[in-house]
Design a protein around this ligand. Structure first.
Ligand code: ATP
Ligand code: MG
Length: 561
């Protein structure tokens, strides 16, 4: 699989292939459009699911149709209400409202009845072979399978055995119900696929009512059909399942839902499987499902992503028919674009260096006016306290600067954003030779940052007033994996070996007072540093901020190469 760094930068786009199909259907008189988003409640949703949600709900909306939320809860062992709730939350947060909330488990009676119908038609049978025997007798792509010795059971015998399976007379794995199709079919999935297995397990919705559970292939298309879904959209790996999807619908003579496949979303530096994400959570390798480094929707949300940025991303990615990997930079580009327009600016210093302005009166306190958002006039201005002692960013000073270094250095002048011009007069060091403080002078005539005599000062740095600033914990994130495609591993290694040990850096910095006490989830641009979002770990004593993304747009650079 190749990593795509470019392709979809433009905002104008032509119809994707699903829109083309739908428009052709509408033109042919099939005006009712219905889709569904069918998650299995066995984990938290990730950005790949977000793509599918935007697609399914988006198509329904665009064509005046409906989209259902259907929980594909046919496997009692791995599923849980915690996941059901989080999935509903995620869909709502993305801005969508489902027409109907359904559960495949609500259809268990209907599915059972239909299975009985197939048995009556001679199209399904109970098989006593073990799992292993079934596997061996399926043959291979080049070798046809062998018929089960149970394949020719009479309808009566099958009906009796199936009823007894349902009644709990057999142990797990003792029997299965199979569709009677063709053991030599070139598509292996049609070699008498299993429809029901015995699982004596409690289901999170149906409790202990059932001890037989339908397989995905049998339940999925039938559920679509029950809901009268017109366009059942799934990912590419299901294209080989489509003939089976159609077979059941045809033999049962029920509403003809149709399945369409598109390429699943893959992102660089991420894994995108609930099973693997669950592993990271269970093994404590991340803070939880909502760790801001996770590609989960809850993770992205906590990181500071907005629903709008995810919609924009889903749109830019488009709908492909072939698998590819999208550059994580595209996702970052989308949040940067959104927050640039909407996030108010504030000042914070991550790695503080104290500056004393020696000619500034000791007891003076004044305010400078700062623009809240240059992209949005309605955001207004705010007053930020300024005083004799301030913190600046350690990297904004160099004792021996190279050429073209426009920030602060001995004897040089720099502009404090929205405040004054200051000049570095003296560097104070401790016994170990480390710089602990700078002594500067300021030009009292330069309030607002302009010199009064027209001299040019190129560098601009941000700052906070030392006595007014509030200490805060700031979490800086890097990619969770150090490999572009963490799933590609050598023998004996796993995707976890590709975790980036430096994906989280915690710093203790200072924020301007206006940032103290902001609500969890509020988003800001910290001038010159990036976009940040207040974290739920904030307390009355200490604010915690997550860096959503830096200001630098690495994607635009890659894309224009
Ligand atoms: P995972 O492998 O991560 O568990 P899944 O496909 O098993 O994913 P489901 O809950 O079955 O997860 O998926 C619900 C819907 O989301 C399905 O229609 C599925 O095709 C779609 N989906 C899942 N992953 C992606 C992805 N990476 N890109 C696009 N759609 C996806
Ligand atoms: Mg699945």
């Amino acid at each position: 699989m190749s990593v795509m760094h470019d392709e979809t930068a433009s905002n104008e786009r032509s119809l994707n292939f699903l829109e083309e199909i739908i428009e052709a259907d509408i033109a042919a008189g099939n005006k009712r459009i219905q889709t569904r988003f069918p998650p299995e409640p066995n984990g938290y949703l990730h950005i790949g699911h977000a793509k599918s949600i935007c697609l399914n709900f988006g198509l329904a909306k665009k064509y005046g149709g409906l989209c259902n939320l259907r929980f594909d809860d046919t496997n009692p062992v791995k599923e849980d209400v915690e996941y059901v709730d989080s999935i509903k939350d995620d869909v709502r947060w993305l801005g969508f409202q489902w027409a109907g909330e359904h559960y495949a488990s609500d259809y268990f009676d209907q599915l059972y009845e239909w299975a009985v119908q197939l048995i009556r038609k001679g199209l399904a049978y109970v098989d006593d072979q073990t799992q292993e025997e079934i596997r061996l007798n399926r043959g291979t792509v080049t070798v046809p399978g062998k018929n089960s010795p149970c394949r020719d059971r009479t309808v009566e015998e099958n009906l009796d055995l199936f009823t007894r399976m349902k009644n709990g007379e057999f142990a797990d794995g003792e029997k299965v119900l199979r569709a009677k199709i063709d053991m030599a079919h070139p598509n292996m999935l049609l070699r008498d696929p299993i429809m029901y297995r015995i699982l004596h397990a409690e289901h999170h919705r149906t409790g202990n009512k059932w001890c037989i559970y339908p397989m995905y292939d049998y339940a999925h298309g039938e559920s679509d059909s029950i809901e009268k879904v017109t366009h059942s959209i799934c990912t590419l790996e299901f294209d080989v399942h489509r003939p089976l999807y159609d077979w059941f619908i045809e033999k049962l003579e029920i509403f003809p839902s149709h399945q369409y496949e598109f390429a699943r979303l893959n992102l660089t530096y991420t894994v995108m499987s609930k099973r693997k994400l669950l592993q990271l959570v269970q093994e404590g390798l991340v803070m939880g499902w909502d760790d801001p480094r996770m590609p989960t929707i809850v993770g992205l949300r906590r990181r500071g992503y907005t629903p709008e940025s995810i919609h924009a991303f889903a749109d830019k990615v488009g709908v492909a028919k072939r698998d590819n990997v999208i550059d994580l930079g595209l996702l970052e580009f989308c949040i940067r674009e959104d927050l640039n327009k909407r996030a108010e600016r504030r000042m914070a210093v991550l790695n503080p260096l104290k500056v004393v302005i020696t000619n500034y009166p000791e007891d003076k306190q004044e305010f400078v006016q700062c623009v809240n958002n240059p992209e949005d006039e309605t955001a207004g201005k705010r007053d930020v306290p300024f005083s004799r002692e301030i913190y600046i960013e350690r990297d904004d000073f160099m004792e021996e600067p190279p050429k073209k270094y426009f920030r602060l250095s001995p004897g040089k002048e720099v502009r404090l954003r929205y405040a004054y011009l200051i000049k570095c007069e003296e560097v104070i060091k401790n016994d170990a030779g480390e710089i602990v403080e700078l002594r500067c002078t300021y030009d009292p005539m330069s309030k607002g940052g302009q010199s009064s005599d027209g001299r040019k000062v190129k560098g601009v740095i941000h700052w906070v007033s030392a006595k007014d600033a509030v200490p805060a914990e700031i979490r800086l994130f890097d990619r969770l994996f150090s490999s572009e495609t963490p799933d590609d591993v050598e023998e004996g290694k796993t995707f976890k070996d590709n975790l980036n040990p430096e994906s989280l850096t915690i710093v203790n910095g200072y924020i301007e007072p206006a940032l103290n006490g902001v609500k969890t989830g509020e988003k800001f641009q910290f001038e010159r540093l990036g976009y940040f979002c207040a974290d739920k770990d904030s307390t009355a004593e200490k604010m915690v901020f997550n860096r959503t993304v830096t200001l630098k747009d690495s994607w635009a650079k890659i894309a224009s190469k």
